[in-house]
Every structure is written in structure tokens, then in C-alpha cells.
Write a protein that binds this ligand. Structure first.
Ligand code: GLA
Length: 381
């Protein structure tokens, strides 16, 4: 957790509102494996990290509510009774969406002021949006004693994303951000929304993120399209979600779907299987197998699910050519953001340097390297 970030938000809040706020820290997440499986009721393997959103919040007696995004130097004032989504891409939709979803559950909140700042690079695929949504719902729950459970809160955050942001996301990001455990990754069953923690200690290996610093447009609509394609195929198979299908079930409807969508559904079935196998590999401390599963995940994301991009593929290819990197893949929704790499501790820095130079040469821009700590989920500070 970034103490300086919390101090900054607190002092700016005090300066502007002259009132002691409640402080919340809500983390972003990484995901070891299990990508685009969450909205297919499948398995994912995320962990909360030490980067996230710091929010300060208190009741307002001015008759209005305000939200202040320090990173964008932007403030919005709003009326709790007249909420509607702002134009697409506006940061305030994360705040409005959460408020509206709380109200939809017949919970009553009064006016409030919220101020926040973050240290998750935008578009990095580390879920700054879920971190923000969770900080808002968590803060409001405290402030107005709403009696919401953490499970209620993540469903509110997810609905905010669906209805106000326009991304029909699964539950992985909100779950990992809310329920994260220090030094652990969570094998989450997205059907039961229950997880099993795995203490992560890769001994002489570690996880390293490389951010392409790109986010290609249309990623939201591409995301929603893929989700619909998966749901349509599940419908054809007469099952609730692709989680329930085997490769041979899928084969039976091959002629009824486009070759592209067939590959996408096949990817989901295989990725779900890989997530479960990865948890076994971790239990057995078999990092070679884990690494192979991670590379195979990228292959599927790139060639079957088609959510990668040149920059991500380039970084994964570089990793493959280095024996000290056991596995690498794109992480999150795709079309940009980070790769996650399982790399030997001794070689991590050298690989980061080589990758950075090669990336600059290839794309004429810089990538960024992060080492993250697996951390506690959304909490009061
Ligand atoms: C985004 C979504 C998640 C999940 C991932 C892909 O991060 O918010 O719900 O679907 O993409 O695994």
C-alpha cells in the first residue's frame, strides 16, 4: 500500500472540505492464469496487489455531493436523486454507477464528498476500475452504515461497470480487489464466487509485470462481443455456461458456429482447464509446468480468443527466447496493458532491461516494468 498516496489524498481532502474523512485503500489485481473464463462461470487465479486507489470520503452538509479525481484534476457535483451515466469514458461513471446500484437495492445514502487518487497506470490491465468501484462502495457502506457484506459490495461494483461504464465484465476484478490476502493468490470459482487461497512463494522465481503502455481502442466492444459469443454457444449446447462444456461437447455443434467463434469457445474450455492445472502445479511447486500453462494461455488468447496485440505478442516472444523466463502471457481483458512473467529472480532485472531496449527499438516507445507485492483487499486505513 502506498502510504504517500493516502497521505496526499487525506491532506488534500482536509484542505478542501475541512472535515476528517474515512480513508479507504482498494487494490488493483494481477491474474496468474484463467483469462476470460470468469464470465463463463469458470476458474481464475488472481491476487490483489500493493497498487490501487486511495479514497477519502465524508458526509456533506452542503445539500450536494461531489467527487474529486486528483489524478485528472477534475471535480463533478451531482444530485443523488437524478443520477444518470455521463458520456462514455468519463471517470465519474464509476462513482455514479456504484451510487445508483446501491440505491437500486433500496439502501438510502445521504450526500457525500469523495476524493481519490491512484497509482495503477490507466489501461495497464490491473483493474483500476474495480479498485475505484470497490473504494466507493466500501466507503459509502462505512459512512452510511448500509450493512452490505463484501459479497454484496462486489456485485454492486460489477453492476456499476455493466450499467454505467458499459463493460459486461465478470466478477474476477472486483472479487480479487475486495477479498485479496497478503502473499496469496486466490483460485476463484466464478460460479460459486468462492475462492481458495494459495500462498505464493516461488522461491528463486518471481512474478514480474511489463506494461506495454498501450491500450487499443474498441477493447470494450470487443470484450462485450466475446462475452455474447460465449453465451450464444452455451445456449446452443443447452448449458448454463461454457464452464459446463467439454471439448467433445463443443465438437458436436461445430457446424452450427463460425470457425472464429468455435475457436473462442474452445479457448475458454481449455483455459478453464489450465487454471485448475496451474493450481495443482503450484501445490506441487512445479514451476516448469506452471510456466508452460502460462505460455499456452497466451497462445490461446492471441490465436484463438484474439484479444492480444503486436506489443503484447512481442514481449511474450522475447520471454520465450529467454530460458530464465518460465512463462509469460498477456494479462486482463487484452488489447494492451501488461504481460505477466514468471522469471528467475537472478535474471529478472537483466530480462527487464533487454525487453525494455528491444521494445523501444521495435515500437519507438517505452514499456514499464513492475514488481508487485500480493496484498490485502479493500480496507479502511
Ligand atoms: C477484464 C474483466 C474481467 C475479466 C478479464 C479477462 O479484466 O473486467 O471480468 O473478464 O477482463 O479475464
Amino acid at each position: 500500500m502506498n502510504i504517500a498516496l493516502i497521505q496526499q489524498v487525506k491532506s488534500q481532502f482536509l484542505e478542501l472540505y475541512k472535515k476528517e474523512p474515512i480513508l479507504v485503500f482498494s487494490p488493483g489485481r494481477i491474474n496468474i492464469i484463467g483469462e476470460h473464463t470468469d464470465y463463463n462461470d469458470g476458474f481464475v487465479f488472481p491476487a490483489a496487489v500493493d497498487k490501487g486507489i486511495a479514497a477519502a470520503i465524508s458526509k456533506s452538509d452542503s445539500g450536494k455531493s461531489t467527487a474529486h479525481a486528483l489524478d485528472f484534476e477534475s471535480t463533478v457535483e451531482f444530485d443523488l436523486d437524478k443520477l444518470k451515466p455521463s458520456k462514455e469514458g468519463s471517470w465519474e461513471n464509476y462513482v455514479f454507477g456504484v451510487v445508483a446500484e446501491i440505491q437500486n437495492r433500496n439502501k438510502v445514502i445521504g450526500n457525500f464528498n469523495i476524493m481519490f487518487a491512484g497509482d495503477i497506470p490507466a489501461g495497464s490491465g490491473m483493474s483500476s476500475s474495480a479498485a475505484l468501484e470497490n473504494s466507493v462502495v466500501f466507503g459509502l457502506n462505512e459512512l452510511f452504515n448500509l450493512g452490505l457484506s463484501k459479497h454484496d459490495m462486489i456485485l454492486i461494483s460489477q453492476k456499476a461497470e455493466h450499467n454505467y461504464v458499459g463493460v459486461n465484465c465478470g466478477i474476477m476484478d472486483q472479487y480479487a480487489s475486495m477479498f485479496g490476502i497478503e502473499n496469496n493468490a486466490l483460485l476463484l470459482d466464478c460460479r460459486t464466487v468462492k475462492s481458495k487461497p494459495y500462498e505464493i512463494d516461488f522461491k528463486d522465481h518471481q512474478l514480474m509485470l511489463i506494461n506495454t503502455n498501450v491500450k487499443h481502442s474498441l477493447s470494450d466492444s470487443a470484450y462485450n462481443d466475446r462475452r455474447s459469443a460465449c453465451e450464444n454457444i452455451a445456449g446452443l449446447l443447452n448449458i448454463k455456461a461454457l464452464r459446463d462444456a467439454t471439448e467433445s461437447d463443443l465438437l458436436a455443434v461445430k457446424d452450427e458456429v463460425t470457425p472464429e467463434n468455435y475457436q473462442k469457445a474452445l479457448y475458454v474450455i481449455q483455459e478453464n482447464d489450465r487454471a485448475v492445472k496451474a493450481s495443482k502445479a503450484i501445490e506441487e511447486n512445479d514451476l516448469e509446468t506452471l510456466g508452460q500453462l502460462i505460455y499456452a494461455s497466451h497462445d490461446g488468447l492471441s490465436n484463438q480468443y484474439k484479444v492480444s496485440c503486436d506489443e503484447l505478442d512481442f514481449l511474450v516472444d522475447l520471454a520465450k527466447s529467454n530460458q530464465e523466463v518460465l512463462g509469460a502471457r498477456m494479462m486482463g481483458g487484452g488489447f494492451g496493458g501488461c504481460t505477466i512473467n514468471l522469471v528467475s529472480k537472478a535474471e529478472a532485472k537483466a530480462f527487464a532491461d533487454t525487453a525494455s531496449k528491444a521494445y523501444r527499438k521495435q515500437f519507438n516507445k517505452d514499456c514499464s516494468v513492475y514488481f508487485v507485492q500480493l496484498s490485502q483487499g479493500t480496507h479502511l486505513v
